[in-house]
Design a protein around this ligand. Sequence first.
Ligand SMILES: Cc1cc2nc3c(=O)[nH]c(=O)nc-3n(C[C@H](O)[C@H](O)[C@H](O)COP(=O)(O)OP(=O)(O)OC[C@H]3O[C@@H](n4cnc5c(N)ncnc54)[C@H](O)[C@@H]3O)c2cc1C
Length: 452
Amino acid sequence: MAVRLVIIGGGPAGNTAATVAASIGADVTMIERDIVGGAAHLWDCIPSKAMVATGNELTELALAKTMGLEASGRLDVHALRERISGMEAKLSGGVTSLLESQGVRLIRGTGRLTGAYTVAADTDEGTIDLEADAILLSTGSRPRVPDWVAVDGERILTTRQAYPPPEIPDHLVVIGSGVTGVEFTHMFSALGAKVTLIVSRQQVLPYKDPEVAATLEDEFLRRGVKLLKGARAISMGRDSDKVFIACDDGRAVDGSHALLCIGSLPNSEGLGCAEAGVDVDEHGYIPGNRHCQTNLPHIYSAGDVSGRLPLSSVAAMQGRKIAEHVMGLTARAHRHLDYDKAAQAIFTDPEIAEVGVAEAEAFAAGRKLRVTKVPFSANPKALINGDTRGFVKILSDPATGVVLGGAIVGRNAAELISVIAVAVTNHLKVVDIVDSLLVHPALAESLADAAS
Ligand SMILES: Cc1cc2nc3c(=O)[nH]c(=O)nc-3n(C[C@H](O)[C@H](O)[C@H](O)COP(=O)(O)OP(=O)(O)OC[C@H]3O[C@@H](n4cnc5c(N)ncnc54)[C@H](O)[C@@H]3O)c2cc1C
């Protein structure tokens, strides 16, 4: 009899596990209460990047004169909202068709464990009881809202209500300057809003390379973004057309809208973990070992609810590895599941991307590194593009030349970092990049220059 895999939650982790497991012979049932494709499609990666893309187009139009063009643009918020919901429907439809074509049974409803080997799906038509040989918990996360904030979806927003509001805010106050906070700061300022960013430390992106953060801060200031540094928001109120925010250092700021970007909480309540005997940590995450197995080896957790790197790409890779592990393909099952080697990007302008070891941390730990950095101002394609901002940095082992990491700031950084990511994952050496015959003129030539 085929292995019965039941998956609760159809985001990148769940739907990747489902398609891979079904393609190698598992009998897969997936329960999803909202949209197939998950928060990633509905609220996170796709709509946020669609808004960034529109903001970037507007910025490009403003620069068109430097390319010899007469052009101007006016934002149509309604059309932007239509575009985003059209994309969500298309992507979710694509994932659903793929699952169906692989023979995955899709149940629209809310899943919960009722025992170690049993799952219930609560649907509009009643409860469906399922038996499983293996179970995947991939229920994702939701924005964190502190108890002093009354989110109303009108002026006080989480990221889930910001795609975009019916009108671009006159003055948006973004609370939180991690990856999500800086991306929303960038997109709304590019779309024409005045933006104030509340930064609790002394730099945006507190855990990132200070040089990278400084480049982004300069760009924000150039765009007119106000940075309120060293301030932590502690209370918030509103009247009919304004929000008021007080900070712990006595400063206050008001704006037309406020957007919370202060992290997320795992969706593990009501999942029946206690009933099944699955451990949940003190923050609500469901931890797993290197195969993503919880304390019960046949129950896996993946994606944001597992408490690992909260990235769609990581969730999907976990899903793939879990499917292979469930089906006994152990030789391949965890080959790439090395979270330290996950490439990460921040979709600001300029884009920021990193992979592997971080320079500051490595030096602080006394690790020997060779760091080579090349600015895009020396790259012919950057000159042709009319955008020479940023740089490529490659970190390697001085003794062996093995590539250990890299950071890129600049146009297409999220695409270009893939080359360094492949090198880091496969222990390639700087000479392997230098010896590759790359396209000319191309931004990627800066990778070879930085590796030289
Ligand atoms: C604003 C924003 C932008 C982001 N941009 C990026 C990006 O550009 N790139 C990137 O890699 N990552 C990005 N992320 C992170 C990424 O969205 C998440 O890491 C990813 O969605 C996690 O995938 P997942 O499979 O864990 O869960 P999700 O995508 O959260 O999906 C979980 C699914 O489970 C369902 N569910 C929950 N409970 C139940 C239940 N009991 N029964 C049935 N169904 C249930 C939910 O309805 C949901 O569909 C972004 C995050 C945010 C907040």
